[in-house]
Design a protein. Structure first.
Length: 263
């Protein structure tokens, strides 16, 4: 576990919506009642781990969406992804869960032109901003999925097919009564580990100290994951964002946790 004081954008470069100010009344009530059992097909029962957020697209965002989405975007579904066909090549595959506005996604994709990178996000304006960046900077190795990342891992990704998974700044759900909604708990670690190739890497970052401890405990308890003691197949360097500057000013520390799947 590394506490390096760095921060990535995740949702932080999106229009600033404090956690407790996001319109989530419907999602809150649904999450209290909706479990995996009610959904039937979910392998790892859980309540919804993300907030429902509203947001319309600006005209430039809508234009980028209209041009780029049909080619590099898709809604989360039940069919296994054919990533070779989607990317037009065979390459190591990395999934970023909760890409926010895509600041890290774009920068890391450019730093790793040899990998295929899929960004998963539920917030449409954030995805639209990423599509704008991909179009403007002509980044060829990014694809985007809109929807629940757990459904992506369960239904759309084959076992032992991922080189890496990134989860930067997942919602900490700080209130104790909401901890059950946190994404990174034992069942999700088991699911991620099952989708990683032997030697694949899970990279997590959070700015919430208590959640960091819970994440570390759950990750260290997953028998298929271990402390990374070999050369990583993907970069761990994240870009500096506007949120990082704000975090430094208020003295927030960022905890990074990196595991490898046992070979």
């Amino acid at each position: 576990m590394r506490d390096n004081g760095r921060v990535n954008d995740a949702h932080q470069d999106a229009p600033e919506i404090p956690h407790d100010d996001i319109d989530n009344s419907a999602a809150d009530s649904a999450a209290e009642e909706t479990t995996g059992e009610s959904r039937g097909s979910r392998l790892y029962p859980r309540v919804t781990s993300f907030r429902s957020r509203r947001g319309s697209l600006t005209d430039p965002q809508q234009g980028a969406w209209d041009r780029m989405w049909p080619t590099i975007g898709a809604e989360v579904g039940d069919d296994l992804l054919d990533t070779t066909a989607w990317f037009g090549r065979e390459a190591p595959l990395i999934i970023e869960i909760g890409s926010g506005t895509g600041t890290a996604t774009a920068a890391m994709a450019k730093a790793e032109p040899h990998v295929n990178l899929i960004a998963v996000e539920v917030y449409r304006p954030g995805l639209a901003q990423l599509l704008q960046t991909v179009e403007r900077e002509e980044i060829p190795n990014v694809r985007v999925l809109r929807g629940d990342a757990v459904e992506v891992l369960e239904n759309m990704v084959a076992p032992e097919s991922l080189t890496g998974v990134r989860v930067f700044f997942p919602d900490p759900w700080p209130k104790a009564r909401h901890h059950k909604r946190r994404l990174l708990q034992a069942p999700t670690f088991a699911l991620i580990a099952s989708r990683l190739k032997p030697g694949g890497v899970l990279h997590v970052a959070t700015d919430h100290a208590e959640y960091a401890e819970a994440i570390a405990e759950a990750g260290n308890a997953e028998p298929l994951l271990t402390e990374l003691d070999w050369e990583s197949p993907m970069t761990h360097e994240r870009p500096v964002t506007k949120f990082e500057d704000k975090a430094h000013k208020v003295g927030s520390a960022i905890t990074e946790l990196i595991w490898g799947k046992i070979k």
